[in-house]
Design a protein around this ligand. Structure first.
Ligand code: FAD
Length: 319
């Protein structure tokens, strides 16, 4: 068994970043587990899909024509299981995403393979693949090996693996679709209304927590964020109270600030569930009146003061 199989993911035909990142992870593993790096893509426009995923280090792109752009996990599972049985890779990589969660665990059970979700680091020790994921709500990191398994299905966390940034020269192989009757039919497709907020792509986030005390103060911080050129984020209580749309929420049950370079946390205590979405950010400025708030454990700059005074100073500086 050798090589890595990446299962490409797209939303209505458009590839999500995680597919390119999974390709990056596969290419990085190639030196240790051997080739080929194969990318499996089920797509209504196979030629277009193959061109989009032809990245440096990919050896082959296997396309299977789909009747629609909608994700059908049963069809994907059938195609992927056949591909694994035929090509016998060391591991299968896919995204730790809503689609991945429907596909990955079932595929692993069907193949009798090792399995790990939410993987943010991959390593090879001896001849074992080691996957690292968070545990206990993000309090610890757990490194997992898969003894006795010659295959592991691994779901990768977004924004954890660099994607190749140059085009490749992969062979493209078109396969006929299996005759799997659809188990469901997509009737319609709705994008949630995000109000123009995309925490995952924002590079500067000004985030507010329960420390802002009242809904009527939200407008002040929204204006400050706009003035600074920041995206407005928040902790869960702010979203749960309906003060801001859920799209602004950072953390375990919100969004990961995947591309953020500067995160300003105002009146946020730093619960592990919030840290899950932002503790990796390069520069974190935390403002809190409680000098023992856990947010200061991850902050690059800690400011122990009233956040309203801090906001007033910024407003004066950037008026
Ligand atoms: P608090 O913990 O109440 O902190 C408020 C902070 O403001 C305090 O540190 C206080 O000292 C400070 N403060 C008060 N007044 C001022 C002032 N005038 N000036 C300066 N500082 C001040 N939380 C998330 O954020 N995102 C998630 O995705 C998420 N998912 C969760 C999933 C699960 C399964 C569970 C159980 C919880 C989740 N939570 C999440 C909730 C999380 O555990 C915390 O309850 C939450 O993050 C706390 O939000 P907070 O820091 O705004 O509020």
């Amino acid at each position: 068994m050798a090589g890595v199989l990446v299962i490409a993911e797209h939303r209505q035909g458009r590839f999500s970043d995680i597919t390119r990142e999974a390709i990056g992870a596969a290419v990085a593993l190639k030196a240790d587990v051997g080739g080929p790096v194969s990318v499996l893509v089920v797509h209504p426009e196979p030629a277009e899909a193959a061109a989009a995923l032809n990245l440096l280090g990919v050896d082959e792109i296997i396309t299977v024509a789909a009747a629609t752009a909608g994700f059908d996990p049963h069809f994907h599972e059938e195609v992927a299981a056949r591909m694994v049985e035929e090509r016998r890779p060391r591991c299968v990589l896919l995204g730790h995403t809503a689609d991945g969660m429907v596909l990955g665990p079932g595929l692993a059970v069907r193949l009798g393979s090792g399995f790990a979700s939410d993987v943010f680091a991959l390593d090879v020790r001896g001849d074992e693949i080691v996957a690292t994921r968070g545990g206990h709500g993000g309090k610890v990191d757990i490194a997992l090996a898969f003894p006795g398994k010659c295959l592991a299905v691994l779901m990768l966390r977004g924004a954890s693996f660099p994607a190749p940034d140059a085009p490749g020269q992969a062979a493209v192989i078109d396969l006929p679709p299996p005759e799997t009757p659809p188990v469901w039919r997509h009737l319609d497709y709705f994008e949630p209304e995000l109000g123009g907020v995309d925490i995952a792509t924002a590079d500067f986030i000004l985030s507010i927590g329960r420390g802002i005390q009242d809904e009527e103060n939200v407008a002040r911080f929204a204006a400050l964020a706009e003035r600074l050129g920041a995206t407005l984020g928040c902790s869960r209580p702010v979203a749960d109270s309906g003060w801001l749309h859920k799209a602004h929420q950072v953390g375990l049950t919100g969004k990961v600030a995947a591309n953020c370079k500067l995160y300003m946390a105002l009146g946020i205590s730093g619960a592990v569930q919030h840290l899950h979405g932002m503790k990796h950010v390069e520069t974190i400025i935390a403002v809190n009146t409680d000098a023992n708030a856990p947010i200061f454990n991850v902050a690059t700059y800690g400011v122990c003061m009233d956040l309203f005074d801090f906001a007033a100073a910024l407003e004066r500086q950037f008026n």
